[in-house]
Write a protein that binds this ligand. Structure first.
Ligand SMILES: Cc1ncc(COP(=O)(O)O)c(C=O)c1O
Length: 421
């Protein structure tokens, strides 16, 4: 059974956390994003079941909605943030400073000052230059900074989006790390750990496990050679989810074999060391659906088109990253397929066709169309003002209730209509 059928079909009808389609549409205008709270909880529980010794840092960038962050905080998550906005979001929902890690390749002084000033767990430095900048700010603020070293390892991962192994804007090159870090005379900062994020959307559990083993060994070596007390290792993660039929579920039990070994090895030398994964997509992707309404159907030169009231302006991933998300007609979710359809939105560019040759039942005007696996890098990577379509709402479904967790914004919300000086 596929992901959509398993989680969103009950008795042959669309259902999300105890709500049917009528319940969903009676209160909200399309297009919108809707999330399943139970699925986010289940994903967090799966991570904790397999990695009980690891802290799960929720990567805000995957879905910075504060209601989702607050839910994960309530379950025990920590926060992985990458901008001032995300740090402030983490504080707003109540993450403790000691449970926030700040990573990102081009941090501003303002961001670092705010992070140090508010005593977050560590600023993860991505270059020797950045370590110097953090230390200088720590001196100016007269507040000691905790620094972790992001390492651009010599690994060659095989996932969709790779961040190590070659020349990279991320991290300090592994082969020069000892020399370059030793050359920095830190005045008011302490190196407390090592970080390495190898790749995103990784589905090969053996490769993820190998990364965990690699980072544990490297962190122990760097701590010895540079000379610091290893208080935290952030192994990254990049845990992927299946988007298409050809993708396998990520085998967490297989990763846990390496994670357990890494834990034993690290804790034998540094018993207090905090072990971390930072996870975005795995927690939220499958919980989210981008929902739109069919406005028009048409045939053109042998192809059948469905035109909906939402598309690439509000949900950009399929177009800009060329990723096929599962698409279904929600009001006909169990009906037999009658043909293949192109699914386009209202924007005046041929780019705005988000799904190609999708097998669906016969569509009609007024049908509701859902793009699944839209809960990570959906809202957060989209939103353009192209054609003044406005921004859609985000809604959480939880145990039969719906909550608006981000308001829709019509285009007028962004108008600045004043004469020039
Ligand atoms: C440094 C870092 N941490 C965490 C993440 C979140 O990754 P994912 O959503 O694949 O879990 C990313 C994503 O690009 C990242 O670059």
């Amino acid at each position: 059974m596929d992901h959509v059928a398993r989680h969103f079909v009950r008795s042959g009808r669309f259902s999300i956390d105890g709500l049917d389609l009528d319940g969903l549409l009676s209160k909200h205008c399309t297009p919108f994003y809707v999330y399943s709270a139970s699925l986010i909880r289940a994903k967090y529980a799966a991570l904790k079941e397999h990695f009980p010794a690891f802290d799960i840092f929720f990567s805000f960038k995957a879905n910075p909605n504060l209601a989702i962050a607050r839910m994960l905080l309530g379950l025990g998550a920590s926060a992985d943030v990458s901008s001032l906005g995300e740090i402030k979001g983490a504080f707003r929902v109540g993450f403790k400073p000691g449970d926030i890690l700040f990573v990102g390749p081009a941090k501003t002084e303002e961001e670092v000052r705010y992070a140090i000033g508010n005593g977050i767990a560590a600023v993860i430095a991505e270059s020797p230059e950045e370590i110097r900048m953090i230390d200088e700010l720590a001196v100016k603020l007269n507040k000691p900074a905790r620094v972790m070293l992001r390492i651009n390892t010599l690994e060659k991962p095989t996932a969709a989006e790779i961040m190590v192994g070659g020349p990279s804007k991320f991290g300090i090159d592994e082969e020069t790390a000892v020399e370059s870090v030793r050359a920095i005379g830190l005045k008011h900062s302490e190196i407390v750990g090592v970080h390495s994020y190898a790749a995103s959307q990784a589905l090969d559990a053996e490769a993820v496990g190998a990364h965990v083993a690699y980072v544990a060994d490297m962190a122990l070596r760097l701590a010895g050679q540079i000379g610091f007390d290893l208080k935290c290792i952030d192994f990254g993660g990049g845990f992927g989810v299946p988007y298409g039929d050809e993708d396998q579920e990520l085998d967490l039990a297989r990763i846990a074999l390496d994670a357990d070994r890494a834990r034993d090895k690290v804790l034998a030398t540094f018993p207090g060391c905090r072990l971390a994964f930072e996870v975005g997509r795995y927690l939220t992707a499958e919980a989210g659906i981008f929902v739109a309404r069919v406005l028009r159907t048409k045939a053109s030169r042998g192809k059948e088109f469905i035109l909906a009231d939402g598309g690439m302006s509000q949900f950009s991933r399929p177009v800009f990253l060329n990723i096929s998300h599962p698409v279904r007609l929600l009001n006909k979710i169990a009906e037999p397929v009658t043909g293949e359809f192109e699914v386009g939105g209202p924007v005046c560019t041929p780019l705005d066709v988000s799904a190609h040759a999708v097998p669906l039942p016969r569509p009609q005007v007024g049908d509701t169309i859902g793009f699944f696996n839209a809960g990570a890098y959906g809202y957060s990577m989209s939103m353009s003002n192209f054609m003044s379509l406005g921004w859609p709402a985000e809604i959480m479904a939880d145990d039969g209730y719906l909550s608006v967790i981000r308001k829709a914004h019509p285009a007028e919300d962004f108008f600045v209509d004043q004469p020039l000086k």
